[in-house]
Design a protein around this ligand. Structure first.
Ligand code: FES
Length: 691
């Protein structure tokens, strides 16, 4: 297209015809004051701050609504224009509260910035201080109309950008025009989609996110998208949810795989931190993100493989000790960075907690095996039944770097009498035994001591092994138990009995065999300054819980062989810098539970990714492990009105997994918080070159 020539304040510009004068100026980094204009919205010429004078007639026009014409000579900063702008501002501010310092948008407000630029004296303003109550009645946003200047950006964003059309100008009882929900309804009644576009484009503090809804101090695209921010691996949740909704299943699995090589396993056992912060839960229930992930993983046809980025071979060798999710994730990404990676596993099977910790009924082994096979296909060598006795010997085999990803594989036994009877197990050993097929682990009566998720894994496994009576006894009250509510409810449903508020005095027994746990009831407990447990016991409450099998589920710690000579800290955790580099060593790294204690699978995966990146850099590479496994599909900004959208309840996926239609329905409940990150953030005058 042939350009045309214009002059703005003496600057000659070549611009595309059809553009507004305002856009032509702003694109040339030349500031003209404006407020109702927003780069993503149609212009309406409402605020009249963008007025300019065009030579040849001295006409004054709003520059946002006036197209450039060849040869135009435009002035933007004459005295007359400034006076007009100041008047427009004063009119706008007439109903605006003057307590900027209490506004959440203070120092980030476009209006405040304009007041400063135009040197409008706020003290001169005559105010009609009929304050309107701040509306906090909806679950996500605060509407403070006392800060509204009726620029109408929110109305246009809702109507034109999103096609939802919830907002409009409304007449108040005292004849003021204000932006409000249509028909003076609630946002819910008008089928708001809670996308946040109105809040995003509001130039003042009139529309705000409720406190606590956003996560401050993060990158912009994380702050607005809590599910992605909360996921330790920052999986792009809204992007794969949208792909599922649109039936692009191969895109969905590729997006998940951009951050984690265990999508299927995660679909079964992820702790789903994303769901706990999903904004949809403020409306009714959070999205069923983990189940949708499992659905996508079930559909995986491996098309993403073609796009997986494998860098040229570097000739460098890395040893990874431990084949749990942290170790295998690190091994996978290090292989993609071009290094030769060998994983050493002391057990007969690879997978760590995925195969020997988490019970089969929660995580089918085929899902894990398939994912491990994929890692092997990528080029990782896994040696099972291969314990490492000496790091020095291992290093001598020609490894440039060693990563310790040994997990927290040693259970804690409480120091009470009888703890070493031969029918007393530690949680990890018990679960490992179950996973590896040891039979006869349990008798008829099983008592598990502890109140976390692992206690339930042990108890529910014992039921599956044929135990007739399974009791979980723990110090905490039912409400204070650390196990997830789901686990507790499932356990109770399966017949696990709970005994809360118990302290354990000793294990009673005969001939090396425990016969019961002597307990006492606890009224309350605290920890003193040194972290020591202080109990208040109920008098005369001693009793024995009879047992044929007793399992300690009182936490785990890493098992670090003495000969490794690795610095450890409290809890036998490996001492590291930045949770990766073993202190005092250049060739030794550590990741996962062995560094920070028992956590989730997704945290281990995130730790493995970080380890791969850091080790990659230490091996003189860029450590860039980011993958782009599918084409970007630019999401539509248009949402449209959808009756029933807010009422749609979470589909709990009763038949174990979704089908195409129920998955699409559940994905359709997403508020698509990420669409807001695509809205342009207007620059303030201070950021323009020519002001
Ligand atoms: Fe042009 Fe408001 S920006 S009238």
């Amino acid at each position: 297209m042939e350009k045309i020539s214009i002059t703005i304040d003496g600057y000659s510009l070549e611009v595309d015809p059809g553009k507004s004068i305002l856009n032509a100026a702003l694109e040339a980094d030349l500031y003209i004051p404006h407020l109702c204009h927003h780069p993503d919205l149609p212009d309406v010429g409402e605020c009249r701050l963008c007025v300019v004078e065009i030579e040849g007639g001295g006409e004054i026009r709003t520059s946002c609504k006036t197209q450039v014409e060849d040869g135009m000579v435009i002035h933007t900063k004459t005295e007359k224009l400034n006076a007009m702008r100041r008047l427009s501002m004063e009119l706008m501010l007439a109903n605006h509260v003057d307590d900027c310092t209490t506004c959440p948008k203070y120092l980030k407000c476009e209006l405040q910035s304009l007041i400063q630029y135009l040197e409008v004296s706020t003290s001169r303003l005559r105010r009609t201080l009929n304050s309107v109550p701040v509306n906090t009645s909806n679950p996500l946003f605060v509407r403070d109309l006392n800060r509204c200047v009726s620029c109408g950006r929110c109305v246009r964003a809702c109507k034109e950008l999103r096609g939802v059309d919830v907002l409009d100008y409304q007449m108040t009882e005292d004849d003021r025009v204000m932006v409000d929900i249509k028909n003076h309804h609630s946002m819910e009644e008008e089928h708001c989609r809670f996308c946040g576009a109105c809040v995003e484009v509001c130039p003042t503090g009139a529309l705000q996110d409720k406190e606590g809804v956003l996560k401050p101090n993060l990158n912009w695209d994380l702050e607005l998208v809590p599910c992605k921010a909360e996921c330790p691996a920052h999986t792009d949740v809204p992007r794969y949810i949208r792909a599922i909704k649109e039936g692009r299943y191969q895109d969905a699995i590729a997006i998940i795989r951009e951050k984690a090589p265990f999508p299927h396993s995660l679909g079964y056992v992820c702790m789903a931190f994303c769901e706990s912060v999903c904004r949809r839960k403020e409306i009714n229930q959070s999205l069923s993100i983990r189940e949708l992930k499992k659905f996508a993983a079930d559909k995986d046809e491996g098309l993403w493989r073609e796009r997986a980025n494998f860098k040229p071979k570097t000739g460098k060798r890395v040893a990874v000790i431990g084949s749990g999710p942290a170790g295998l994730t690190a091994a996978y990404y290090l292989t993609k960075l071009g290094h030769e990676v060998t994983v050493f596993e002391r057990l007969p099977v690879a997978g760590g907690m995925l195969t020997t910790g988490i019970p089969k009924y929660r995580l089918p082994r085929e899902a894990v095996q398939e994912e491990i096979s994929e890692i092997i296909r990528a080029g990782v060598t896994i040696l099972t039944n291969t314990p490492i006795e000496s790091l020095t010997d291992l290093k001598a085999k020609g490894f440039d770097k060693i990563l310790l990803a040994v997990g927290a594989g040693k259970g804690n036994r409480l120091p009470i009498e009888g703890a070493d009877y031969n029918n007393v197990y530690e949680n990890i050993d018990f679960l490992k035994g179950v996973s590896l097929g040891s039979s006869e682990l349990v008798g008829d009566r099983v008592v598990v001591l502890g109140g976390g998720n692992v206690a339930f894994d042990c108890a529910r496994s014992a039921i599956r092994l044929g135990a007739k009576e399974v009791v979980i006894a723990c110090l905490e009250t039912r409400e204070a138990m650390t196990a997830s509510e789901d686990e507790i409810l499932e356990g109770l449903k399966e017949g696990v009995k709970l005994l809360n508020g118990r302290t354990f005095l000793r294990i009673e027994g005969l001939n090396d065999k425990g016969t019961g746990v002597r307990c006492q009831e606890v009224s309350s407990f605290t920890f003193d300054e040194s972290g020591k447990l202080q109990l208040i016991l109920k008098p005369d409450s001693e009793h024995v819980i009879k047992a044929d099998t007793i399992i300690f589920a009182a936490g785990q710690k890493p098992e670090i062989p003495q000969d490794w000579d690795v610095p450890v800290k409290r809890g036998n955790l490996i001492a590291t810098e930045n949770e990766i580099k073993v202190i005092g060593r250049n060739d030794l790294f550590a990741a996962g539970d062995a560094v920070y204690g028992t956590h989730s699978v997704i945290q281990a995966i995130a730790a493995g990714r970080k380890a791969a990146s850091v080790i990659g850099q230490e091996l003189n590479g860029d450590g860039d492990i980011e993958d782009k496994l599918t084409n970007d599909v630019i999401p539509s900004q248009y949402l449209g009105r959808e009756e029933g959208f807010l009422e749609a309840n979470r589909n709990e996926c009763m038949d174990d997994c979704y089908n195409d239609s129920s998955a699409c329905g559940e994905a359709g409940r997403c508020l698509q918080c990420d669409l807001r990150t695509q809205i342009t953030r207007p620059k303030l005058w201070i950021h323009y070159k020519i002001k």
